[in-house]
Ligand binder design. Structure first.
Ligand SMILES: [Ca+2]
Ligand SMILES: [Ca+2]
Length: 205
């Protein structure tokens, strides 16, 4: 699937989110910040872009899409997002984890861990703020752990301008093998607000 296709899905999802960020409070500035959020509710939905207008309906699908828990880390060297999934399967699905990083000046970077039918271990992609073109970020890494049902994406801060703080939103999106075109299953990260989390600035030192 072309890079632009998942970029469009992400852009569409942005319209489903509220604009209010869940701002973390009480976390003293430190050299690293870790934020964990439960996401175990039955909150997967089907987003059908073949309908006009597109429809959103509850979905019972869990494989390769249902997020149970999200952990975001912000360290001096990298942004890390890790998800505990309900179940991951080496099947023919196309699925991806997408984390959107919004900087204080509203610049956005979109990071992806993309798993394709012929590449079950996946690849990581970082897209630029404008136009969705891919940014070279050779030190970006990822893990698809089928045994532990976990996804992990590590984006070096140097690849997105090393901001003091930023806001994170995102989703896991699954295109089941053989499903009709335009129908995707989605679990948004931080769904208690259908929104995002905001990091605290890191302490100097
Ligand atoms: Ca969930
Ligand atoms: Ca969710």
């Amino acid at each position: 699937m072309a890079t632009n296709t998942y970029g469009r899905v992400t852009a569409g999802l942005a319209g489903l989110a509220t604009t209010a960020a869940l701002v973390l409070t009480g976390a003293a500035p430190a050299g690293a910040q870790t934020v964990g959020r439960d996401d175990s509710g039955a909150d997967v939905f089907t987003w059908d872009t073949s309908a006009s207008p597109a429809t959103v309906t509850p979905s019972s699908r869990t494989t390769n899409v249902a997020v149970e828990r999200v952990v975001v880390k912000h360290t001096r060297s990298a942004f890390v997002v890790a998800t505990q999934m309900s179940s991951l399967a080496r099947n023919g699905d196309y699925f991806y984890l997408n984390a959107v990083l919004t900087l204080p000046d509203e610049t956005t970077y979109s990071s992806f861990l993309v798993v394709e039918p012929d590449d079950r271990n996946g690849r990581s992609v970082l897209q630029s703020p404008a136009g969705g073109s891919t940014i070279a970020c050779r030190t970006m890494t990822h893990t698809v752990d089928y045994r532990a049902d976990r996804l992990r994406l590590v984006v070096p801060r140097s690849c997105f301008g090393a901001p003091a703080s930023f806001q994170v939103s995102g989703a896991v999106i699954d295109y089941p093998a053989g499903a009709p075109g335009g129908r995707v299953h989605v679990d948004q990260l931080f769904s208690e607000t259908r929104s995002s989390v905001k990091t605290e600035p890191l302490a100097r030192g």
